[in-house]
Write a protein that binds this ligand. Structure first.
Ligand code: GTP
Ligand code: MG
Length: 466
């Protein structure tokens, strides 16, 4: 990895009007760049003779002025955080100006003219990682914190930024590295060490300790990744059963068009909402039935594509009329997925006429609702929340993301191969390859060994100024 010496700058606050806006500068020239545009109100106390502020982590009051013509752009507060005690471990200057589009851009341009370059998305955090202040899981947590929509996703990200995942992975990787040292000695000095290697203990450690640790983390992903990534819930059913009405009621706003005409919704409509602290991505879809309408056919095809990706299907039926062939067909299409049945329009159903669901259907959760009279929706919210946190231990906030999970699975395979190798008496040269691979994959999670393009991909998810 190449260390970079350039000094970078960006507006760190969102565009738009605000009380304050912050311009962040990082790199070896950060202080001198800032000094060349900053006029401290207390001239004597603040700056040393070459114009570079001497006091780290102090707040200075002053003005930003264009050195070419002396024009004052704004009254600001300025902080210098000298390396290594800064976000990036480089010299960092933060200019707190007023939060307007024009003023922040004018100050940024001035800073860029004085020799800084515009930062790439995530470049400040990337430097924090490259300079060793944080590992890659902690860098990823930065973006998770920014994107967190609910308390639970924030809690997971906050645990991760403190190093919760890093610590767990590090300890497993250390065990593997220690094993590598032992077996490498056995390869280099076969006569001395052959007897001192206890292959029984080695397989024990691999198969019990290491495998359990890795499996535990993978399970945490499976059971709780909804909390960080959001649970994809899709409403499916034949036309006119009230899918869009349910979507609107859950969102508490008129998002999707509702009409008594079957086939109103033609497209998949996606929205994010918070259900009992769980981020839910809910989709309303086109009613599924046999049709010749080319637009509806496109909508139906799209619905089936989304059904494939959904974590949970809400299969909606209509209590005001008997089940139809379309209902049965939809059941067949979705029953291989996780689903619940929502029987809607309960306000129209009386005791005399209330279509019975086939016994097989009742094996899953059935929730009676009236989307337009807000009946049964609290139960539905409870069921969705319960579904998403079913296997989740609330005290355990160590939840890998998808990238981590894929590496953990690879590592697990390599560990199993190593254990098999030892048991079948394979030479240590070969066993070592598997152990090394297992350790390397764990190193990838923390960013110790990782390809540059993967790194770029991770940091491209950031916004500029972070
Ligand atoms: N009485 C009653 N009417 C409802 C209920 N839910 C929806 N409706 C009515 O049923 C009709 C269809 O509702 P929509 O929400 O558009 O149904 P949909 O399933 O999205 O229909 P498509 O988009 O055509 O597939 C509208 O006239 C709604 O007002 C309910 O719980 N009770
Ligand atoms: Mg609809």
């Amino acid at each position: 990895m190449t260390m970079t010496n350039s000094t970078i700058a960006a507006i760190a606050t969102p565009t738009g009007s605000g009380g304050i806006g912050i311009i962040k500068i990082s790199g070896q020239d950060a202080a001198s760049v800032a000094a060349s545009v900053f006029r401290p109100s207390d001239r004597n106390a603040v700056f040393s003779k070459d114009g570079i502020p001497v006091q780290s982590h102090h707040l200075y009051h002053g003005y930003i002025a264009d050195p070419q013509n002396g024009r004052i752009l704004d009254e600001v507060l300025l902080t210098v955080m000298l390396a290594p005690h800064s976000y990036t471990r480089e010299d960092v200057v933060e200019i707190q100006a007023h939060g307007g589009f024009a003023v922040l851009n004018a100050i940024l341009n001035l800073v860029l003219e004085r020799g800084a370059r515009l930062a790439d998305p995530g470049e400040f955090t990337k430097r924090a990682y490259i300079n060793g202040r944080i590992d890659l899981t902690q860098a990823e947590a930065v973006i998770d914190i920014i994107n967190a929509k609910t308390e639970s996703s924030l809690e997971i990200a906050a645990a991760q930024i403190r190093g919760s995942i890093k610590e767990r992975i590090e300890s497993v990787r250390d065990t593997l590295l220690f094993m590598l040292i032992e077996t490498e000695a056995a390869i280099d000095f076969p006569d001395d060490v052959e007897e001192s290697i206890d292959t029984d203990t080695m397989t024990q450690v691999l198969e019990k300790e290491v495998v359990n640790q890795l499996n535990g983390l993978i399970d945490q992903y499976e059971n709780a990744h909804f909390l960080r990534d959001g649970l994809k819930v899709l409403i499916a059913g034949r036309p006119n059963v009230g899918k869009s009405s349910l979507m609107n009621s859950l969102l508490r706003k008129d998002r999707a068009i509702v009409t008594p005409v079957p086939g109103t919704t033609r497209d998949v409509i996606e929205e994010t909402l918070n259900i009992r602290g769980i981020p839910v991505i809910i989709s309303d879809t086109a009613g599924l039935h046999k049709t010749d309408d080319p637009i509806e056919i496109l909508g139906i095809k799209k619905t089936y594509r989304h059904i494939r990706d959904a974590d949970l299907i809400l299969f909606m039926t209509d209590l005001s009329c008997p089940l139809t062939n379309d209902d049965h067909k939809i059941y067949e299409d979705i029953c291989h997925k996780a689903f619940m049945i929502v029987t809607n329009k309960s306000d129209l159903a009386d005791d005399e006429f209330c279509p019975e669901l086939p016994d097989l259907w009742k094996k899953t959760y059935v929730i009676k609702t009236s989307a337009i009279y807000d009946r049964g929706l609290d139960t539905l919210r409870d069921m969705i929340a319960e579904f998403s946190t079913g296997g989740y231990d609330e005290r355990n906030t160590v939840i890998p993301n998808l990238r981590h999970k894929i590496a953990l699975e690879g590592s697990l395979r390599a560990v199993s191969a190593a254990a098999d190798g030892i048991r079948t008496g394979m030479p240590f040269e070969l066993i070592n390859i598997d152990i090394r691979e297992a350790a390397d994959l764990l190193g990838e999670i923390m960013g110790i060994t990782i390809r540059e393009d993967v790194l770029d991909q991770i940091f491209s998810r950031f916004c500029i100024g972070k």
